[in-house]
Design a binder for this molecule. Structure first.
Ligand code: FAD
Length: 382
């Protein structure tokens, strides 16, 4: 990779991170997949080494690092496995930025230091059993009662749902608002909030070590001091922050496609059939050439997007393009790579099997492929 936004300091950071992951993550990852859990201790070790939210300001204990550090964290954690990247990068680059941008000074001081050390794990709860893509259709309500909001409703498919200490819950403080999105607010629910409970850990087809759960709010008492930003502005906050969320998913998918191709190149060079290496069959070469081309196209588009995002450009259209195209490309790469592994590709002990199971969710969460296309069409003024 030859991304020109990566400077010497970033290379040093990547090398330090890799050494850390080779010791603390790679040897344990298969066990975490079997246990269906990333131990909290790993979060603490990440935090202890400066790998959680390094972008946060030094005044809260962060490193004031630029977005390239986040890119590197996303890439290196994705190489370990999607089960570990999805939860930690969601915490690093998706949830905590809400605190930093919309939180009051008191909230930032209360929450950001713990997010950096790993003492506080975060989640964002938008999706409900009855509303995913149609975010304005959520039914969770928060009714003001003195110094508290009384929160009622349920959320589903929430990443970090079981471990989370702080959850940004998307709710309606004005259920009668017209249009509906104007009634949406963001409330931060803390671990021991009365009336808040967690459902079972959800049984996924992939990302087995990932923590995905249901959340239940039954007259949960949330202090008014935990309202993020202003009442009724939640939807616009989400629309702003979803852009980086989609960029993060695109970075993970691009890395995933690059990893799968690498694994498969090694495999086809070593596997023999009909007296020669299977890499010598024209079909294998064409498939690999096609994948390498798509991966290069994805990388070029993505690198340009990363630079535009760092320059503060509105990337709504381009990031929606990247999110759907790169996630779908990674799914195609997964299927072709598995095919080139033959029967071994279907065996759990081969890495490609896990990556093939993990990748399909990327075209679903953070906005489905179809929703990305509706956004692009709107941006094109259709
Ligand atoms: C492992 C995992 C982790 C997740 N983590 C989180 C999380 O941390 N926080 C969170 O809030 N959510 C999370 N989600 C939820 C995820 O964001 C939703 O599943 C997603 O937004 C889709 O919503 P849905 O499942 O309700 O599907 P639906 O909205 O019911 O969609 C079903 C199908 O209909 C299509 N569709 C819907 N509307 C349209 C339309 N207007 N035009 C064309 N097609 C349409 C969709 O594209 C999809 O193909 C996670 C999901 C999974 C599986």
């Amino acid at each position: 990779m030859n991304n020109n936004y990566i400077q010497e300091e970033h290379r040093i950071f990547r090398s330090t991170l890799r050494k850390f992951l080779e010791k603390e993550a790679y040897p344990h990852f298969e066990q975490w997949e079997k246990d269906r859990e990333i131990p909290r201790q790993f979060w603490k070790k990440m935090g202890g080494n400066g790998f959680l939210c390094p972008w946060i300001d030094e005044s809260y204990g962060g490193l004031n690092a630029d977005f390239v550090y986040s890119v590197i964290l996303n890439e290196e954690l994705e190489k370990v496995g999607q089960g570990v990247s999805s939860g930690i990068c969601l915490h690093n680059d998706i949830v905590t930025p809400y605190f930093s941008t919309y939180g009051s000074e008191e909230q930032k001081q209360r929450w950001l230091p713990g997010c950096i050390t790993g003492d506080l794990i975060t989640a964002v709860a938008m999706t409900e059993p009855g509303a995913g893509s149609d975010l304005a259709g959520i039914r969770t309500t928060a009714v003001r009662d003195g110094d508290h909001y009384i929160l009622n409703g349920g959320k589903i498919f929430i990443t970090n749902g079981l471990h989370a200490d702080l959850i940004i819950v998307v709710c309606k403080t004005d259920p009668k608002a017209n249009p509906a999105y104007k009634g949406i607010s963001l409330l931060v629910v803390e671990r021991d909030t009365p009336g808040f409970s967690r459902g079972k850990k959800l049984d996924k087809i992939g990302m087995h070590s990932g923590d995905t759960a249901e959340l239940i709010f039954e007259d949960a008492k949330v202090p008014v001091a935990n309202l993020l930003g202003e009442e009724g502005k939640g939807f616009s906050y989400l629309m702003t922050k979803l852009q980086q969320e989609r960029l993060v998913v695109a970075i993970q998918c691009q890395t995933e496609a690059e990893e799968m191709l690498k694994i498969t190149m090694d495999y086809v060079k070593n596997r023999r059939a009909f007296g020669k290496s299977i890499s010598q069959f024209q079909n294998t070469q064409f498939k690999i050439a096609e994948m390498a081309t798509e991966i290069e196209i994805g990388r070029t588009f993505l690198d340009d997007l990363i630079v535009r995002h760092m320059e503060g450009e509105d990337i709504t259209k381009k990031v929606s393009m990247a999110k759907w195209w790169i996630s779908e490309m990674a799914k195609r790469v997964a299927a072709e790579c598995l095919q080139l592994h033959g029967g071994y590709g279907y065996m759990e002990e081969y890495e490609i099997a896990r990556r093939y199971r993990d990748i399909p969710v990327a075209s679903i969460y953070a906005g489905t492929t179809e929703i990305m296309k509706t956004i692009i069409a709107k941006q094109l003024e259709l």
